[in-house]
Structure formats: structure tokens, C-alpha cells
Design a protein around this ligand. Structure first.
Ligand SMILES: NC(=O)c1ccc[n+]([C@@H]2O[C@H](COP(=O)([O-])OP(=O)(O)OC[C@H]3O[C@@H](n4cnc5c(N)ncnc54)[C@H](O)[C@@H]3O)[C@@H](O)[C@H]2O)c1
Length: 368
């Protein structure tokens, strides 16, 4: 029986991945280490997992090196996802981001060094945010690292820390750089769940700036399939490598908001017409057909350090992992909308965290 340690396994991607592993590999034992910040929820554990000898949940901190050491010593593979993960939150309170994302990674990496004889693979989940704004049409792993937010720089520090441990101590590390994920179990602070729940609640969808910031949107189930391969492909192929995961296509935040509206209110929004202030700092209305203006989109100031565009070059993942994202944005969004519609009790307690006060690029205090 193989043992896989997943840090941050009660969060969005972590819990999707733990559920995926738990259901796919009946002969695997999965250990989750999660401190259950506001973003973690023990109820994200796989159904029926508690009480099973195949699942162990440890409520603890990745910065607790004794605990991490004990859990790593029992593991064949370690997938390190635990992090503070919200860019906007890192703008108003960044200390915890460096503590958790950098020093937490150091604690896990040190344990992997110590138990290198037992640990076959150390998968570090980095992020495309380490690149900053795209300087090329698609960003490959050679793109320069220009993190543009405290979150991104903390993750960049962790990414390079893991690389340096591979170079120095020869740990079996692989660095994964996923682009923006979406899907079930994502916290309401992130754009797509916020848009979907705004629709459900009959609120306008809040857009940062003019909504032109574009991202490569990866459905979380596709990410899980890629990580499955990362755990199982020949080590020689991938150890010491950084690997992007994304679709190779981007969509702007405004396009995403409109897609959510058209999935959730297909009849009413089929004749969307934009009107109003395009400065990005006033409110802008979207009229529906001939109806009087209805507030469906609300434009607020842009986030400081906004990344303009991210588009993944996933050629390396295709070559090394034989992986490609296979869920279209529309299909992933449909599944995500259905999940949020069906799971109000899961997301209702997070409603108060959907908006965060920050100072915008123009120096204004705004609630994002
Ligand atoms: N969501 C995305 O679009 C995306 C994209 C690229 C990379 N990532 C990375 O993937 C990983 C998972 O992201 P997510 O969206 O699932 O994040 P998330 O915020 O939903 O989950 C993070 C989890 O880590 C846990 N955690 C935080 N601090 C901890 C600590 N000190 N000790 C133990 N556990 C702790 C939280 O309780 C939570 O369960 C992160 O490393 C993130 O940087 C996310």
C-alpha cells in the first residue's frame, strides 16, 4: 500500500485531488495535513473517508517541523499544496503569506531531505503567478519570473527554494505551475465562485478594472489528472523540472463574467449591451435587450499589481506527462455552476468573506 501525504488537502485543489486519489486508488493510504484556515474545510474530505484505514486527517500546520517530519517519514510521495492562496488578501496582509508559503515549504522540503530514502517523489504546487504578466504570446517554463503581488512573490520564493533543494540535496522534487483553476469546492473569494453566487443571490457581478485582465482557466478535474501522472510517470523524466499546467487559451474576466451570466440566465442575457463609464472606477451597467438598464455588472478599481494576461504553453506537460487539459471552459463552467447551485449549505458560511478592503492602483480604498 502506497502512502501519499497531501498538505493543504482540505482546500479547493487539495480536496479535489484527495477525492480523486481516494476514489481511484483503493490500495492507497492518504494522509492530509491541513491547519484549516478560513479556506480549508474538513467537510471537503472524501465521502466515507473518516473511519477508513485509508484516510488520515491531521489538523496541523506545515510550519510545525516535528509534525511534518513524522508524516513525511511515513510517506512514499508528498504533494505540497498548503498555502495562503488569495492574491487580493495578500495585498492587505502579506506576512502570513511569506510565513506559510515560504517557511511552510522549507519545513516540508527539510523533511523530504531527511527522509529521502523513503520519499520517492516530492510534488511542489507552485503557480503561474510566479511569471507575472505574459511577455510572450504563450508562457513556457523559461519565461522570466516577475511576481507582481505578495502572494506571487511568496510562491516564487517557495518555487525557487524547492529548486535549490533539488540542486543541493538531490531530493526527488517536481515543481508544478498550474494556471488559474476553477471548479467545485473553490472558496467564494475567488472570481468564478463569486460570480456564480452573485448570480444566485441576484447581485451584480463585481469586475476589477475594466475586466480585460485575462487568465488561462484550468478545470480542477484536469489538474487532478495531471497530478496523477506526475505521481506515476518515470522519475527520470520529471525530477528537477518545472512544469506548467494550463489550457493554452485565455479569457478575460469580463468574458468569464458574461459566460456565467449567459449560463445562469440564458434568456434574459442573450442581448447583452454594455453602457456607461469605461474608466474602470465608476459603475457600469449592462442593459438587457430593450429592458431598462439592469445592474448585472459592477466595475470597481483595479487590483494593484494586476497581471494583465496569462496564457500557458503546456507543451512540456504534453511531452513529459502525455497530458492535455480535456475539459472545455464552457463544460467546466457548466459543471461548476451546477455544483454551486446544488451546494448552498457549503458556501453560505463564506458569504461574508467575498469582499476584501484594499487600496487600489490609484490609491483609493475600495472593497474588492
Ligand atoms: N486556485 C488556483 O487557481 C491555483 C492556481 C495555481 C496554483 N495554486 C496553488 O495550489 C495550491 C492549492 O490552492 P487552492 O486554490 O486549493 O488553495 P486554498 O486556499 O483553497 O487551500 C489552501 C489550503 O491550505 C491550508 N493551509 C493554509 N495554511 C496552512 C498551514 N500553515 N498549514 C497547513 N495547511 C495550511 C488551508 O487550510 C487550505 O485548506 C496552493 O499552493 C496555491 O498556491 C492555486
Amino acid at each position: 500500500m502506497k502512502t501519499i501525504l497531501v498538505t493543504g488537502g482540505a482546500g479547493f485543489i487539495g480536496s479535489n485531488f484527495v477525492r480523486y486519489l481516494y476514489n481511484k486508488y483503493p490500495d492507497y493510504r492518504i494522509i492530509v495535513l491541513d491547519v484549516l484556515t478560513y479556506a480549508g474545510n474538513v467537510e471537503n474530505s472524501p465521502e466515507g473517508a473518516f473511519g477508513s484505514s485509508r484516510y488520515e486527517f491531521w489538523h496541523g500546520d506545515v510550519r510545525n517541523s516535528d509534525l511534518v517530519d513524522t508524516l513525511v517519514s511515513q510517506s512514499d510521495s508528498v504533494v505540497h499544496m498548503a498555502a495562503e492562496s488569495h492574491v487580493t488578501r495578500s495585498i492587505f496582509d502579506n506576512r502570513l503569506f511569506f510565513d506559510t508559503d515560504v517557511l511552510g515549504t522549507q519545513s516540508v522540503a527539510n523533511a523530504v531531505v531527511k527522509h529521502c530514502n523513503k520519499v520517492e517523489r516530492f510534488v511542489h504546487i507552485s503557480t503561474s503567478e510566479v511569471y507575472g504578466t505574459a511577455q510572450t504570446a504563450k508562457m513556457n517554463e523559461e519565461h522570466s519570473l516577475n511576481p507582481m503581488s505578495p502572494y506571487a512573490s511568496a510562491k516564487c520564493g517557495a518555487d525557487r527554494l524547492v529548486y535549490s533543494y533539488w540542486a543541493t540535496y538531490h531530493i526527488p522534487a517536481v515543481i508544478i505551475r498550474p494556471f488559474n483553476n476553477f471548479g467545485p469546492y473553490q472558496h467564494l473569494e475567488k472570481a468564478i465562485p463569486r460570480f456564480i453566487t452573485s448570480c444566485i443571490l441576484g447581485e451584480p457581478l463585481t469586475i476589477h478594472g475594466d475586466g480585460s485582465a485575462a487568465r488561462d482557466w484550468l478545470f480542477v478535474a484536469d489538474h487532478c489528472e495531471a497530478l496523477d501522472t506526475v505521481l506515476h510517470v518515470d522519475a527520470d523524466k520529471i525530477v528537477g523540472e518545472a512544469i506548467n499546467l494550463g489550457t493554452g487559451q485565455h479569457k478575460s474576466i469580463l468574458e468569464v463574467a458574461k459566460s456565467v451570466l449567459s449560463i445562469m440566465q440564458p434568456e434574459e442575457t442573450k442581448d447583452l449591451v454594455e453602457v456607461g463609464d469605461r474608466s474602470g472606477f465608476g459603475r457600469r451597467s449592462v442593459c438587457v435587450g430593450e429592458e431598462p438598464p439592469e445592474q448585472l455588472l459592477r466595475f470597481i478599481g483595479d487590483r494593484p499589481g494586476q497581471v494583465l494576461r496569462h496564457t500557458c504553453d503546456a507543451a512540456k506537460a504534453k511531452k513529459l506527462l502525455a497530458w492535455e487539459a480535456r475539459t472545455s471552459f464552457e463544460e467546466g463552467l457548466r459543471q461548476t455552476v451546477d455544483w454551486y447551485k446544488a451546494n448552498r449549505p457549503w458556501w453560505r458560511p463564506q458569504m461574508w468573506m467575498r469582499h476584501i478592503p484594499i487600496i487600489t492602483a490609484s490609491g483609493e480604498r475600495q472593497v474588492h
